[in-house]
Design a protein around this ligand. Structure first.
Ligand code: 5GP
Length: 122
């Protein structure tokens, strides 16, 4: 997928052009299940306004970043994992595996999560 295509993917999902399993939405954010779940609960929280990554969102609109974090907590509540715990991940650029350049939080949980940060095996 080219970066240009990747940049428009979540906007097309938010616009309803590409179907998604929507978990939560409000005036600032849109949350839907990841198509390739990495845990029993794996939901993406996307700000409606596009920033490329977490740093650009924080610098450009810190209030919107807070709205994304609050939406992630709301998703955890709706998915029943607020008590058991959940992880919020923002990937930035190549080594982190970012493929869609419209900032998004991965909300993961529903089971004990493994360690992370190790390089992929060949
Ligand atoms: P990233 O790798 O950029 O941090 O996360 C992008 C995520 O978007 C991946 O986990 C990937 O599985 C998910 N994804 C890619 N295309 C689609 C799609 O068409 N629908 C949904 N629901 N998720 C997608």
């Amino acid at each position: 997928m080219s970066e240009t295509e990747a940049e428009t993917l979540f906007e097309r999902i938010i616009g309803g052009e590409i179907p998604a399993d929507v978990v939560y939405q409000d005036d600032a954010t849109f949350a839907f299940r990841d198509i390739r779940p990495q845990a029993r609960v794996h939901v993406l929280v996307v700000p409606r306004k596009r920033y490329r990554n977490l740093g650009e969102l924080a610098a450009g609109d810190p209030e919107l970043l807070a709205r994304v974090v609050l939406a992630a907590r709301k998703v955890a509540e709706l998915e029943g994992v607020l008590g058991s715990g959940y992880r919020v991940v923002f990937n930035t650029d190549e080594d982190a595996g970012q493929t869609v350049f419209h900032v998004h939080a991965h909300v993961l949980g529903g089971e004990p999560l493994g360690l992370f940060g190790a390089p992929e095996e060949d």
